[in-house]
Design a protein around this ligand. Structure first.
Ligand code: CTP
Length: 403
């Protein structure tokens, strides 16, 4: 997970029914090789035991300033200094009020005052409470001080009520943590445009020409760029994947729509990474009404070429272009041809028939080919890791480019 590995996260848990979800968050962070120290308010400890947290993190969890007084008093100072990030999940209305007022009534608010690490707050409360001007004013005060927020989300609450107040999903909170930790990374102040998914070329209002691309590779590149501080823009054809936190997502359908979005976004970008499986052909004419079966024993659809987005892009001098070559045979030979014909700085060659590298897989095995003729074969690794290796190259290409 790159920017999570070895990081010190202090997780503050406060008294909401959503506190049980914090155990999953603590577990996911620990699995991502973070060192996770949990601090709780006494109210949180009524919803979930510190033992649950210490069991998943392998480290002590503290619920009161006074239990094991000396150890904890030292601990909160040490924790607040050591923390790379303080995450408050879930954060109640009382917690927001204490933070905004600078009060140190419990271990969590006290640590928030003592630390100089960034703070990420994940509120969870009744929708009426969250909407209340007092709570909103506290949120604004904290935002103005540079505190980050994720959620609350809209949905069904434990009370049965619907509204904005749910703790964000753990995956979203993980994305927000990675985003905050990535501020000031090696792609800070750089705009990276990524395309993903398989385009859909309309035949009639209910049918399209498409392909099996899941979009996972592109989503991983966009998230990994965000995690290094980039201004990350993701132009995606339809996929089942949720918008990654703090990535500017632009949803398109066809190759033509993707071309227009890429042209617009690349006008002021540092790099374009085209992972999208762009359809090479589209129906010659779009039929406005559903094609009926009656009276037809067969159907011929005439297809015409779509634009080659990567090749035709007339971008700024200095835009770094990365293409993918999805091949089922003669991988490197075809990739070398595409490197030249598409005028890109780097080609990521991907054998789609190889075990673990097909459409929809969470892993990928690729070879990176650059203009100098160098070819680097990477092992079969997770798509986020592949994305990180591609971005390592993008970082050095940006450093050495001429503009
Ligand atoms: N690409 C593009 N516009 C297209 C087709 C492909 O920008 N109309 C991009 C892809 O996003 C990828 C690269 O070009 O980064 C290579 O795509 P690929 O499908 O492997 O190659 P094609 O150019 O379509 O050639 P072929 O299908 O014949 O292998």
């Amino acid at each position: 997970m790159y920017n999570l590995t070895g990081r010190n996260i202090v997780l503050g848990v406060t008294g909401s029914i959503a506190a049980y979800k914090a155990a999953d968050l603590a577990s996911k962070l620990t699995q991502a090789e973070c060192s996770v120290d949990v601090i709780m308010t006494p109210e949180a400890a009524k919803f979930i035991a510190p033992l649950t947290f210490s069991s998943v993190t392998g480290r002590p969890a503290y619920a009161s300033m006074w239990d094991a007084a000396s150890a904890v008093t030292e601990a909160h100072v040490a924790l607040s200094r050591r923390a790379d990030l303080l995450v408050i999940a879930p954060a109640t209305a009382t917690t927001l009020a204490r933070f905004a007022a600078g009060s140190a009534e419990d271990l969590v608010s006290l640590t928030a005052l003592a630390t100089r690490a960034p703070i990420l707050i994940c509120p969870a409360m009744d929708p009426n409470m969250f909407e209340h001007p007092a709570v909103q004013a506290n949120v604004e005060t904290l935002k103005a001080r540079g505190v980050y927020f994720v959620g609350p989300d809209e949905g069904r609450l434990a009370s049965g009520q619907m509204g904005v107040g749910r703790l964000s999903e753990v995956e979203t909170v993980m994305g927000a943590i990675r985003f905050v930790l990535g501020r000031g990374g090696d792609l800070a102040a750089k705009k990276i445009v990524v395309t993903a998914g398989g385009t859909r070329e309309q035949i009639d209002p209910v049918r399209y020409v498409g392909n099996y691309s899941s979009g996972k590779m592109g989503f991983a590149v966009a998230a990994a760029a965000r995690d290094r501080g980039a201004d990350s823009v993701l132009i995606t054809a339809p996929t089942e994947l949720a918008d990654p936190y703090a990535v500017d997502v632009i949803r398109v359908k066809s190759a033509m729509e993707m071309r227009d979005a890429v042209a617009e976004q690349c006008a002021r970008a540092d790099a374009l990474v085209m992972t999208a499986a762009v359809a090479d052909y589209q129906p010659a004419e779009a039929i406005g009404e559903k094609i009926k079966r009656e009276g037809r024993d067969s159907l011929t659809i005439s297809l015409v070429r779509t634009p080659d987005i990567l090749k035709d892009l007339s971008a700024d001098e200095g835009l770094i272009k990365v293409g993918f070559a999805a091949e089922s045979n003669d991988l490197l030979e075809n990739a070398r041809k595409k490197l030249k014909s598409k005028g890109v700085d780097l080609i990521v060659a991907n054998d789609i028939t190889a075990e673990g590298s097909g459409f929809g897989a969470d892993t990928n095995q690729v070879t990176l080919l650059d203009k100098s003729g160098a070819e680097e074969e990477l092992p079969l690794i997770g798509k986020y890791e592949v994305a990180s290796r591609i971005l390592d190259r993008v970082v050095s290409l940006i450093e050495t480019r001429q503009r």
